[in-house]
Write a protein that binds this ligand. Structure first.
Ligand SMILES: [Zn+2]
Length: 147
């Protein structure tokens, strides 16, 4: 019998899908992504690329917030502790200091998710991943001249 889902297992599943979505949606047509902080390139899956946060802490507000998440290599995200000295100024240049400060303020407020919230996130990112995959599929079919 499958184990009953827990808050923790649903959160882990939602994170896996979210991270896949971030990487796949950032990949070019060959499936290549680029690290936000060092520029190294590789396959979106299998080359150790991750979804890295621009605000430290992985709190509830931050964790699944696409606007403050970027693709990073494992070296920058984990070994180098996130490379915030690069990612934060870069993000602010691309967006604005006001927006960054707003995210930081929000990230300090209490934020809790229920199992239903995680189930919603799972359904949402499964749907968006399906959308990305079928778009990629159509592209492949269209470029196949033997049809
Ligand atoms: Zn990197």
């Amino acid at each position: 019998m499958p184990r009953k889902p827990t808050n923790k297992s649903l959160k882990a599943k939602a994170w896996r899908l979210f991270s896949e979505y971030i990487r796949l949606s950032s990949a070019d047509s060959d499936g290549i992504v680029e690290c936000y902080t060092c520029g190294s390139r590789g396959k979106w899956k299998g080359d150790g690329f991750q979804a890295g946060h621009i605000i430290p802490g992985r709190g509830g507000y931050v964790l699944f917030n696409e606007s403050i998440v970027r693709v990073q290599c494992g070296g920058c995200n984990v070994l180098a502790g996130g490379r915030y000295e690069i990612s934060i100024p870069k993000w602010i240049r691309e967006n604005s200091l006001e927006e960054y400060e707003e995210h930081v303020r929000e990230s300090k407020k209490p934020f809790k998710r229920t199992m239903t919230d995680y189930l919603d996130l799972i359904a949402y990112y499964e749907m968006r991943l399906d959308g990305l995959r079928s778009a990629a599929q159509r592209e492949t079919e269209e470029s196949d001249t033997s049809l």
